[in-house]
Each structure stands twice: as C-alpha cells, then as structure tokens.
Design a protein around this ligand. Sequence first.
Ligand code: FAD
Length: 412
Amino acid sequence: PSYPTTSLEFLQSIKTHTNEALLSATKIKIIVVGAGLGGLATSCALARRGHDVTCFEQAERLGEVGAGIQMPPNSARLLLKWGLGEYLDERVVEPTCITFRRWQNGAELSRTALVPDHRQKFGAPYYVVHRAHFHDSLHQLALKLGAKVKIASRVIEYDPETPSITLANGEVHYADLIVAADGINSIARETVTGARTDSRNTGFAAYRATIDVEKIKADPEIAWIVEEAKINLWVGDGRHVMTYPIASGESFNLVLSHPLSGTAKKQSPSEVLEEMRLNFEGWDSRLIKLMSLIHTTMKWPLCNLPSISTYVHSASKMIILGDGAHAMLPYMSQGAAMAVEDGAALAEALHLASSPEDIPEALRIWNAVRWQRGCQMQEASSLNGILWHFKDGPEQEARDAAMRLGSFGKDM
Ligand code: FAD
C-alpha cells in the first residue's frame, strides 16, 4: 500500500478508514502487556479490528487506584465509537464548564463552556468519571470485542526479535507483535529504546480525595460548588485545586497539587491531612470549608519522563505506549487520553497493512505520528505547571488579564 508520510495524511487516512469494514485484512497475533487504562483501551482498539489479542497483567485483581479522571473529547470520541457507552454512559458526568478561580477568594478568572460547545466543536463530549468505572467499562468492552485478559501474569523478560515474553511463572508466549503498556516504571522501555530512562520527580505532588456530595449540599456556603456539574480550578503560588463530580454525580473529586515537600519520613494519614491543610492556608475560605470535609487523602508524588528516542524497537516487532512511553504531569488531563489515541492510531496503522510484511512500515508511520504527539503533550503539561502556578505579581496579573479576555493560551 502507499503509506501516508505526514501526520495530516495519516489523520486523513484514519477518517477514510473509519467507514470501511472493521476487520483488518491481516489478522495479527498481538500480546499487550499491562491492563491499565492504556493496555485495555489498546486491546479494545485492536480486537475491534479482528486481531488476536491477549493482554497480560501482573496484578492478581484488575482495578485502578485514585478516584476521578477527566475524559476529554479526543479520547471520548474514540471510546464511544468503539462501544464504551454501553458500559459507561450511566456512570459519567458531563460538566457544563471549566472555571478558573483566583486562589485567595475564588473570583472567576475564566470560564470555558463544555456543553454543548465540545460536542459541536469536537463531535464528542467532555466527561469526568470515576477511574474504577472507566477501567471496568474498558475491561468489559475488551472482553466483548474478543480480547483475552490474563491476570497474575507478570512479564519478567522480553525478546523483541522473536518476539516473545517470559512470565514470572516461566511460561513463554509468542506473538507477531508485542505492545507494552506497562506504565511509568516500565521494564519494556529499555528493551525498546536500548537505553535506560528513569522516571523523574517533577517537584510536585497531589493530594487526591473524594467527598460525599450530600455533605457539600448540606452547607449553603459551599453548595454552589456542586449545584451545577462543573470543573472548578483554583490557581495560586505553586499550587492549584481541581474539583469535579464523579460517579453519576454521587461523589465529588478533589485533586490538590502542591510542591513536593522534602520529607522522606513515612507520614501517618493524619499527618498527610494536616500537611494538606497547611499547604492551602489562606486560600478561598469556601475552599477551606470544602477541604474540611476531607477525612482521608492520598499523597501522590507527580513523576514524568523525558522524551524517549523512539516508541518502536528496531526489529519492528515490539512497541511501547501510554505512560511507559510518555508519562506526563496531569496538568493537561491527557495522560490516559494519549494512551487511548496511541491504541487507536496503532489499530488504524495496522489496518492499512495488507500483509505481515507491511507491519514494519505501519509501525514506522505510527511511531512518527505518536512520538511527535506524545512529546508535544508532555511539554504542554509541564508548561501548565508554570502558567497555573505563578506567584502573585506581574506574570500572574498578565495571565489573569489574558484569562479574563478569553485569550489565555493564545497570546501567552
Ligand atoms: P498504568 O495505569 O500505570 O498501567 C500499567 C499497567 O501495567 C498496570 O496495571 C501494571 O500493573 C501493569 N504492569 C506493569 N509492569 C508489568 C509487568 N512487568 N507485567 C505485567 N503487567 C505489568 N489522564 C487523563 O487522561 N485525564 C485525567 O484527568 C488524568 N488525571 C490524572 C491525575 C493524576 C493525579 C495522575 C497521577 C494522573 C492523571 N492522568 C490523567 C494520567 C493517567 O492516569 C495515566 O496517563 C494513565 O492511567 C496511564 O495508563 P497506562 O495504562 O499507560 O499505565
């Protein structure tokens, strides 16, 4: 086949192919390693095209840690097209807008409408969802589409030439292609790139917590925060707080980002809670009231990766995607969305292959498109970590003025 050589041509070819028969001309045996959001989404994308997909997960039980996650329209559009709505529709919330607020008093700095704007502009909604619901829905869809998911299967070694994987129990499994979706501390990354790249601390951490919506509604001073489904974001010096409803609006999710303190000592739950309160002392009194309803929280150091040289091994039979390839700060809400796009693009690139001999070329195209996109999103996520966190002063004032004019992100 004649392969597209630019991202634009590739995207156009995806559009052309979306209306064609689902099944790919070449049925490929594919091993996916890792059943996180990235591995399961990729399993769905590939199984949907008729490939023989087995996903190996090290955990004894499938699940996700943490509460809420945003599903922007670039991933929602793909996932809904694949049929995820059957499992997810009842469990999501579609917020009406994203509102940026000043740290000190909650004054509105900008408001971006999501309903109906995102459906009109991008052909898909902007959802927020409980991670466990997202993960469970992907698992159910992957099984329905014919993928096999094997738990308690830890990969300890890759042979990218054969290609094959060796599990901790000694089993060796062979395939035509290995897709590693094994997260930020991936062991596949070194095999694919030929060089060790460690994840790095970004200097930020996040407290993550949920609150029962009824408790918020019971207090007239803070009930407005949950009355209309919204994403609210308070921004201040080195910190921000993001809030939104999840679980069909029954629960409320908070992510409180702050500089990672130097303490290496293991903290008790009450010490973490106290540290969280100290970190946001002096912020909007309504936010402080909301935070007083948090009784337990998890503290999460935020790590990312530098851009790695390639996502495809030189023998063209093994690739890496998701956080393992391009872990980023969560400040664009795009980490999982990028993994969904990786999986979708892989399925489309392989769909263009009319015989197994075409696979290396399909992977070359996939790598060119996804590497560029992954690096750009890593950079954009880090940039938000600067723009959102200005200390009060000239830079913050310029940012806020741009936000009020609606030109934030265009002029800056
Ligand atoms: P992981 O979720 O890490 O999954 C890797 C899987 O591989 C795990 O199940 C692991 O057990 C398995 N595994 C690892 N090694 C092996 C092995 N050797 N053998 C077998 N299995 C193995 N993204 C968004 O899109 N929107 C958001 O709003 C958003 N918010 C975020 C907020 C926070 C605070 C954080 C920290 C992240 C956020 N993200 C968000 C990012 C998102 O959570 C990640 O990008 C995404 O979960 C990565 O998925 P993954 O499948 O690549 O990796």
